[in-house]
Design a protein. Sequence first.
Length: 335
Amino acid sequence: MSATALAAHSSTEPATMRAIAFSGPERAELIDWALDQNPLGADEVAGRTLVTLVSPGTELNGYLAERTTPTLSGYTAVMEIDTVGKDVTDLKPGDRVFCMGPHAARQRTARSMAVLLPAGLAPTVAVFARLMGVGWTTLTTTIARPPDQVLITGLGPVGNLAAQVFAAAGYRVTAVDPLANRRALATSLGLRDVRSTVPTDLPGGAQLAVECSGHEQAVLDCVNAVRKRGEVALVGVPWKKRSDVSAHAVLHAIFHRYVVVRSGWEWEVPMHACDFTEGSIFGNLTGAIAWLAEGRVRVDGLADVHSPSDAQRVWQDLYHQRGTPTAIFDWQTPV
């Protein structure tokens, strides 16, 4: 959501709100940010933010970037509605909804871009639906079907949740990460086959590998681990070069093993369900919220909860891989 989409909902609303902005490389600040004073649209809802969740891949890259003006970050929020547009009939003040909003004290979004939380689902749990949605696109688009073997490499928040999603959908999942703390967390959340290296002994090979680390060696390992004509979906972003793996080694394995290597691009599916397509972003998010409410996917230990005023420390901890894999900001206490 753009900054201009964050709006006050009445003439009595203050002109600014508190928000977390990146103001320079390795600098996150809690600042006053102007609210959009335009009237709420007929199909919009607005409200106070309860929690926001950090995306430690995309946002960390933004945190490190050079910039000359402060920029809002974040795209994962739960808000409590206090105002609805005149055409919104199925939501009301007091309802709690998920939306793709930034780290800011207020949210405003189209009704079609909000998902109502089931009764009893904690906002600090529901907000993880956004990161579940990243891997869920691959679940929607893959030719693999349960109980096929799926390999997940990289157990940061996106990979951990992808592994849980595929396991909950009935696939046989092998999850891999070289970091012992990530493996221990994955095991504690119910994943049964968690390893430090990509196995070469999967019977028949994996039908699908979901590469979530962005590491060149992991891509090559996945290509060699899938069965002939298996799929490798590249979900992890290669933000920088991490190894001396040659393109020839990857291409040789792809050609001789007939492997389908494709982007794990989250936005491959449409935002909303439409004719002649399979799945949608908000269909996946709605499913993710339901699975979180049912306990089919668990998030214990994936994030600690922090005050927005601690933003700089939180980002430094994420940058240096200290503490939990990601972080939640709690906006319910005035900051």
